[in-house]
Design a protein around this ligand. Structure first.
Ligand SMILES: Nc1ncnc2c1ncn2[C@@H]1O[C@H](COP(=O)(O)OP(=O)(O)OP(=O)(O)O)[C@@H](O)[C@H]1O
Length: 614
């Protein structure tokens, strides 16, 4: 592989990197980047990966490690790098969540832990419910009567706190140790414990730290504003003082995890610890001028030190109804109006599609779905509640599962539906399962043959069949026989143990059967499963990282917001999903608007007009 001369490297087509952004993409130093929503943080990291790999600044066989805090952000970045880079190079880019990074360390080096804190190899990750805490209290109350004074939350904090000195050294400490013994005996540990154990491994095993540092020449930290103390300790244990060049990217206006103990001054600490040069990304590439103005004005009211963005699309036309508040007498009228508005929009503008529209709510989307559905059906539209459960999984979580993506990709290849690059998903997954390295000629050709075999076997089984002629059950049997499930369990941490795979397969079957009963042809059925051609309804929390033409923010009222102020970041996340238009809807028969008074005043101050709608 010949490398490109760094002087001649160019960003991908359609991406404009200028000034600071270009500097960051090509930087040889650690950097911290603070940016507003839509500033192109994900794109910048993808461009930087492209630069490092194509110019050899990250030389073979060293790798880039990207750590995000949410599964979708990690996958989003991996997909973007795959789309930007030669596949032979992008295999040296690994995008993980911090949790999976920690879990991988733990699984690989369990033996390095002392026996009393070492979970057995088949351990499960769990989050203790009330019953577990009660059982734990009862089991240790004789020895530690004070355990009865802790409520569940305080107990959670105590057992995951890091005592001064040795991690598991002294006994308030007794209760903590008792918890660890209790969990490990039951072979179930919390995610927090995974982090603590990974930290313990790194803090005590120099050889493991050296191997890690040898592997990765560059590290990206995405969504860095969400990092908490323990997570930062883990990052430091892994890379502080190494030759790794670290790029931390974050957004002060979207610190959606603030409640989970994120550190406001994390950027300063990072700059000191890693001698990183700070910069700010000032453009918003996503939203039109009107929406950028609104985001800026809201951010400046909530934040003491907001990052103000400029609209990169300042010359684009802004629709006259870009930002509006809609006021309805009751929820019935609200549902009717939203559905007919979308229907009309689809009729007027041939470029608009149902999936350009999203309805965002803070909570209780199941209730909202029940309420809106009849109106959507009447308008001939499909509304999809992304939080709806199919079996044990929410639809939006199912869509991100590797097993699900693999089945869908195999199916698409077999029935010649090309949406979403199914070849790449099939090839990369099969390479993972078979342990092939596709950056080598041999690995690449073996993976290619594996894809051909899979597609031709499945294609033969489906010949002459429409989606409605086969069941989800049969597809699972064809694509995921037991031998392949075992491979998944071996290759992917999250599929260790059979439960998760079983849940995903079950959810796939249900969703497939449901969709095939509505759309008998393959293309339509696949579109429906993947949510194309439907209007989506989701929580704001799950909308992070996504963008839509028109956002409707529903239930900005006391049914959804219980106290004012705290939710400013949630509010900003919702606003910044919109490319062209944002609508706020208010139904007078909701519980009221006392808790959202703050938001409403700010919207008014920012010039949003509220229109009474029939
Ligand atoms: N340098 C660029 N030139 C042109 N378009 C860009 C550039 N950077 C980003 N974009 C486009 O702007 C939109 C937002 O980019 P991206 O998703 O990378 O932003 P982000 O900062 O990660 O967003 P957020 O955190 O708000 O979800 C995308 O549609 C992307 O394709």
């Amino acid at each position: 592989m010949t490398y490109v001369n760094p002087e001649h490297w160019k960003p991908s087509k359609g991406v404009s990197l200028e000034g600071d952004a270009l500097d960051i993409a090509r930087s040889t130093n650690s950097r911290s980047i603070l940016a507003g929503p839509g500033a192109g943080k994900t794109e910048l990291l993808a461009q930087r990966a492209n630069f490092l790999l194509t110019t050899g600044a990250c030389p073979h066989p060293r790798r880039i490690l990207a750590v995000a805090f949410k599964v979708d952000a990690a996958r989003n970045l991996q997909d973007r790098v795959a789309a930007r880079c030669d596949p032979n190079l992008s295999t040296r880019f690994e995008s993980l969540t911090l949790h999976s990074f920690a879990k991988r360390l733990l699984d690989q080096f369990l033996e390095a832990l002392p026996k009393e804190v070492r979970p057995p190899p088949g351990y499960r990750i769990f989050s203790p419910n009330r019953g577990i805490w009660d059982d734990f209290r009862n089991s240790v109350s004789l020895q530690f009567p004070s355990v009865m004074n802790y409520n569940d939350r305080d107990l959670y904090k105590l057992v995951h706190s890091v005592p001064s000195g040795d991690l598991f050294g002294n006994a308030a400490d007794g209760i903590r140790s008792a918890w660890w013994a209790y969990s490990i005996r039951r072979s179930t540990i919390t995610f927090e414990m995974v982090m603590l154990l990974a930290l313990r491994i790194l803090e005590t095993q120099n050889s493991i730290v050296s191997a890690l540092r040898q592997t990765y020449s560059h590290v990206f930290l995405d969504e860095f504003q969400d990092v908490n103390d323990l997570q930062y300790r883990l990052i430091k244990a892994a890379f502080h003082g190494s030759d790794a060049v670290v790029t931390a990217v974050g957004d002060t206006n979207q610190a959606i995890m603030a409640w989970a103990g994120a550190l406001p001054d994390i950027f300063n600490r990072f700059n000191d610890d890693f001698a990183a040069v700070p910069s700010k990304l000032l453009f918003n590439f996503r939203s039109n001028q009107a929406i950028v103005d609104l985001i800026n004005s809201i951010a400046s009211m909530f934040e003491t030190n907001p990052v103000m963005t400029q609209a990169a699309r300042k010359d684009d036309p802004v629709p006259p109804d870009a930002i509006e508040g809609w006021v309805f007498e009751d929820r019935e009228a609200e549902g009717r109006y939203i559905a007919s508005f979308i229907r009309e929009e689809l009729g007027v503008d041939p470029a608009r599609r149902p999936d350009d529209f999203v309805l965002l709510a803070r909570v209780r989307v199941d209730n909202i779905e029940q309420r809106l559905k009849p109106h959507f059906v009447k308008a001939g539209l499909r509304l999809r509640n992304e939080s709806r459960k199919v079996g044990e999984l929410e639809i939006q979580d199912l869509m991100k599962e590797q097993v699900f993506r693999f089945i869908m990709a195999a199916l698409k290849m077999a029935v010649s539906v090309r949406q979403g690059d199914p070849f790449q998903v099939c090839r990369d997954t099969l390479a993972d399962l078979d342990g092939h390295d596709i950056s080598t000629e041999r690995g690449s050709s073996s993976s290619l043959q594996a894809v051909q075999r899979l597609v031709s076997d499945l294609g033969n089984a489906l010949v002459g069949k429409r989606a409605a002629d086969i069941s989800g059950h049969e597809i699972v049997d064809l694509v995921m026989p037991q031998s392949r499930r075992d491979q998944f369990s071996r290759a992917y941490n999250e599929y260790r143990g059979s439960t998760r795979i079983a849940e995903v397969l079950d959810a796939f079957r249900l969703l497939f059967d449901e969709s095939a009963s509505q759309h008998t042809e393959w293309k339509d059925c696949i579109d429906l499963i993947e949510g194309r051609g439907v209007v989506k309804l989701m929580t704001i929390h799950k909308s992070k990282g996504l963008e839509f033409h028109t956002v409707t923010f529903i239930e900005l009222n006391d049914d959804a917001f219980w106290k004012s102020g705290d939710d400013a970041n949630v509010f900003l996340v919702a606003l910044s999903r919109a490319r062209e238009r944002i609508k706020f809807t208010f139904a007078q028969d909701s519980r009221g608007f006392k808790n959202v008074q703050d938001f409403l005043e700010r919207l008014e101050k920012a010039g949003v007009v509220f229109l009474n709608k029939p």
